[in-house]
Design a protein around this ligand. Structure first.
Ligand SMILES: [Ca+2]
Ligand SMILES: [Ca+2]
Ligand SMILES: [Ca+2]
Length: 345
């Protein structure tokens, strides 16, 4: 069970960073009229080494999610995600909630609507599994930053969602639409479904704020994922997560050589318990935020894992029997190198 507590937020300026919004006003001859980009996520769900950009746009009348696809020359075309659905997209995060090695997408929406969970098939196609994954139970809040992160290190990525109304004046007339609202935590049950944890995950979750972006990372390097949250007109929240230390984990940091040095665009596949989880190194995430570049995989009781790296250059490397509970730094074409800025042994 993850347990989040607020800690003094003086570190926030070190950790927090605003990142780009994917802005694609014209996509290869197709015009997007009356839209505004809120957040985006660029990844390569099909492994074809051409990126897809899942962009949440809010039009003048209705919010629409566009799934941009690129061809080998870098030209974009777009389609709705999934076809025909219109929702007020806010934040978006890629991850692999069902451990099939294919990137999935979690996307947040306005109050009165469900969040969206889209299961990828590894070929660039996504199926809306919001209902079957049981994340459609929560519709009370306007939702923003989000992501698939394994907060309890049981091996199954969970979901955390930031919330907060847009208009502070509304609650005076309509008290059911509070300006400050609690965070939402969905625990992955490992069978393709989630359960919402409301009061069980600590005061960092239950305390109300009007939050927007969030960045996931392990700021205290103790092997569990913490969260930095940006709030409107108040200090940020830095939530320290405390979980069962018996659960294992591994972190993978990539250094590109032929690829870009930050390895943005790379995919890492970790094999454990007969399953495989994929994560992508992305330049932006959630909502106006940027996560820790060290990819974190909860492993449950597993003591060692096999790791595959798909570099943006096209190089595919495999590293076998890596022990759990450590950071692994992998340099493209070289292999494992010494960690930098990591005191844990
Ligand atoms: Ca998946
Ligand atoms: Ca979990
Ligand atoms: Ca931590």
């Amino acid at each position: 069970m993850p347990n989040f507590r607020n800690v003094p937020a003086f570190l926030c300026l070190v950790v927090a960073s605003l990142s780009l919004i994917v802005a694609l006003p014209v996509a290869h001859g197709q015009t997007l009229a009356s839209t505004a980009s809120f957040s985006g996520s660029v990844s390569d769900p099909s492994g074809a080494r051409v990126a897809n950009a899942n962009v949440t746009l809010k039009s003048a009348e209705k919010g629409i999610t566009r799934d941009f696809k690129t061809d080998a020359e870098g030209n974009f075309s777009f389609s709705l995600l999934p076809a025909g659905m219109e929702q007020a997209g806010m934040g978006v995060g890629p991850g692999d909630y069902n451990l099939d090695g294919h990137l999935d997408i979690f996307k947040t929406h306005f109050t009165g609507d469900t969040a969206g969970c889209y299961r990828g098939d590894g070929k660039g196609n996504f199926e809306d599994v919001t209902r079957s994954a049981k994340v459609g139970v929560e519709t009370r809040y306007t939702c923003w930053g989000t992501g698939f992160v394994d907060f309890d290190n049981d091996g199954y990525p969970d979901v955390l969602v930031m919330t907060g109304s847009v208009y502070p004046e509304v609650e005076r007339k309509l008290p059911q639409y509070a300006y400050k609202t609690p965070r939402i935590l969905f625990r992955n049950l490992g069978d393709g479904t989630f359960e919402e944890l409301s009061t069980q995950a600590g005061t960092g979750i239950t305390t109300s704020h009007s939050s927007r972006g969030c960045a996931f990372g392990d700021f205290d390097n103790d092997g569990d994922m913490d969260v930095l949250i940006v709030n409107v007109n108040e200090p940020p929240s830095l939530l320290r997560n405390d979980v069962d230390p018996k659960q294992h984990w591994i972190k993978v940091k990539l250094e590109g050589v032929k690829s870009n040095r930050s390895a943005i665009g790379a995919r890492v596949l970790v094999h454990y318990c007969g399953k495989k989880q994929v994560q992508a190194v992305v330049g932006q995430s959630s909502y106006y935020s940027c996560n820790d570049y060290r990819l974190h995989f909860g492993l449950g009781p597993v003591a060692s894992v096999d790791v595959e790296v798909f570099w943006p250059s096209g190089l595919h490397e495999t590293h076998s029997k890596l022990a759990a509970n450590q950071l692994i730094t992998l340099r493209e074409g070289v292999g494992r190198v010494a960690n930098k800025g990591w005191s844990r042994t």
